[in-house]
Design a protein around this ligand. Sequence first.
Ligand code: MSP
Length: 530
Amino acid sequence: MQEPQIFCKLWRMSKWFYITTAIDYVNGQPHLGHAYEKIITDVIARSQRSLGNEVFYLTGTDEHGQKVQQAATAEGKSPQQYCDELAVIWKNFTKKLNLSNDDFIRTTEERHKKIVSAFLQKLYDEGHFYKATYRGYYSTKEETFLTEKDRRPDGTFDPAYGNVVELEEENYYFKLSIHQKWLTEYIELHTDFIYPDYRRNEVLGFLRNNALEDLCITRPVNRLNWGIPLPFDKNYVTYVWFDALSNYITCPANYGDPVVTWAAGVECLLDSPLELWPADVHIIGKDIIKFHSVYWPIMLKAMGLPLPRQILVHGWWQKDYQKMSKSTGNVVDPIAVIDEWGCDAFRYYVVRELDIGPDGNWTDSGFTSRYNAELANGLGNLVNRTLSMLKRYRNGVVPDRSSDLEKDVSEFVNKIKDQLKGYKLQDGLISIWEIITRANQYIDHTTPFKIAKDPAQAQRLDQILYSLVETCRILGVLLYPFLPDTACAIFKQLNLEQKPDKFKLSNWGGMDTGHKVGEPSPLFPRRETK
Ligand code: MSP
């Protein structure tokens, strides 16, 4: 975790681009779905930085609740010790994926609990909660009361709910029903609030056809004590989802965000606070859309906070057209793939294969064939051929500026920037590969390896070599949000000292005549298909 003070030095009098992922259940295993969500968030965060914005990327772990309490007890550990051990795995996972997250929040941290408490007290004082008794069927596995609608036609509950018990309990409820009208109108009016459209329609359909029931926001401590205690009633802890969703604002509060600290009624002790809230985009999977598009906006409205600008909902991965499941061994282990193929190969495949929205499917053969065709033969070959020819024919020295590929490349650069502004990551990669394909075709058509044998064509060879080496440099800049290590490796082979992390470096002509490039080395060595 990095200290708030470090960020304060970078503070500007303006709002940062604030982007978040869902926070993962600490007791699960990091898998392909978690990796995908964090990588697409990282690509957006990096591309926003490349566009010149101040960006804050938040991810973390969701650590309270019954399952954690039970698992810790089963291992003979305190829940805190159990979570501390698992949180290390999740933090290492962010490094493995080469994420550029600015903080990692854990819901068991004091800084989180303190702000959740402040908001609970505020909502209680302002009359948003009431206490009532409820009798019903409770699924311990899902940590939720089930309703009649959850019964199957034969009257039983789906085994997915695990052990279902009848319970009578007094709890605190959050008055959700009074918020239904404005929320429906808000989503109708703000057509970009939930993306993609079909997810927005799903939420609107739910809001139009169902009366919102008030939300139970507590669990009695005698049943569950691994949670944030209610500040106004020590016999209860807070419902995990109330706790978890709040991470999106507790982090900004800790950086002194004026909007959040004011609403929470907490003092901001920092000289240079960060303006983060509202979030520009929450990235989540399709299974948790109701929590983010219904409960979360209502919580925020009641807290007196503006709503996030957008909720971007991605689909789910399957492997070989089947649900991934540890018990059948049908899983993709992102760490194993990265160890075998490298982080950028993994990042490339997941972003290229699956657009943000629909469900996707992982196949090992699809991965290998994209690796060989697009990374090794496409990108790797272009950079390698270009540098090798420049070395062989011009001793590695960049010739006079020329503009053979300028028009094509510049058009794509503008297109790619727009695609990234619109979070069209898959389209962005497709456009980058159009440049690569064109540049490879340009080599085939202009045949520099033949021209090099004819001294009369020296000037033509210079033109071709400049166009190619300049295209490689620009590709480094465009690739940086997606494949940061590869982009840096391209710059290193070009012997450029800057980092390729600003799109303003993508203007044609940035490569200086007379500059001497470095040694070529394969970016993605070709692999045999198993
Ligand atoms: N802890 C809650 C989120 C709280 S956010 C305030 C949770 N955690 S989770 O670990 O189960 O899931 C984290 C994210 O991973 C979710 O956005 C979820 O949709 C995503 N995925 C889990 N499995 C997935 C796939 N198979 N494919 C793609 N994403 C998936 O829910």
